[in-house]
Design a protein around this ligand. Structure first.
Ligand code: HEC
Length: 120
C-alpha cells in the first residue's frame, strides 16, 4: 500500500511539473509573428546565403552560366534589378536552378529582397 501511495504521489508530481513546463512552452508561441521580416532583408543577411548555395555552383567563376556571377553583390544585383532572377526562380517551365525551383520560403525571401530593390 505504501508503495502504491508513493508511486501515485510521484506521478502527480511529474504531472504537475509537466503541466507547468507546457505553460512555459506555449507562451512564446503566442508571440506575434514579426511583420517586418521582409523589411530587414538584405544581401548580406539573407540573399547571399540562398544564392551561394543554390546558384553558386553554376553562376560563379570566370565563365559563369548565363553570363553572370551570382556569388558577389556587385554582379548579383544586376540580374536581380533587371528582373531576370525573379523571372526564372518562379518559372516552372524554365526554372532556376534548372533541375527544379527552390523551396517556397527561399523563393519568397529572394523575391522580397528583389522587390525591396536588392539592398546590400
Ligand atoms: C546546375 C547549374 C545551374 C544552377 C544551379 C543555376 N543555374 Fe541559372 N543558369 C544555368 C544555365 C546553364 C543557364 C543558361 C541557360 C538558360 O538560360 O537556361 C542559366 C541561366 C540563368 C538565368 C538567365 C540568364 C539570362 O540570360 O537571362 C538566370 C536569371 C539564372 N540562371 C538564375 C539562376 C538563379 C537565381 C539560380 C539559383 C536559384 C540559378 N540560376 C541556378 C545554370 C544553372
Amino acid at each position: 500500500m505504501n508503495k502504491v501511495a508513493f508511486i501515485l504521489t510521484f506521478l502527480v508530481v511529474v504531472a504537475v511539473i509537466a503541466c507547468d513546463n507546457k505553460k512555459g512552452l506555449i507562451q512564446p508561441k503566442a508571440a506575434p509573428i514579426p511583420v517586418n521580416a521582409c523589411d530587414s532583408i538584405r544581401y548580406n543577411n539573407a540573399a547571399k546565403f540562398i544564392l551561394d548555395k543554390n546558384c553558386g555552383s553554376c553562376h560563379s567563376g570566370p565563365f559563369p552560366n548565363g553570363g553572370f556571377d551570382l556569388t558577389a553583390y556587385s554582379t548579383a544585383k544586376v540580374p536581380a534589378l533587371s528582373g531576370r532572377i525573379s523571372d526564372r526562380i518562379t518559372n516552372t517551365n524554365n526554372p532556376m536552378p534548372p533541375f527544379g525551383l527552390m523551396a517556397q520560403d527561399k523563393v519568397d525571401s529572394l523575391m522580397c529582397w528583389i522587390n525591396k530593390g536588392a539592398p546590400q
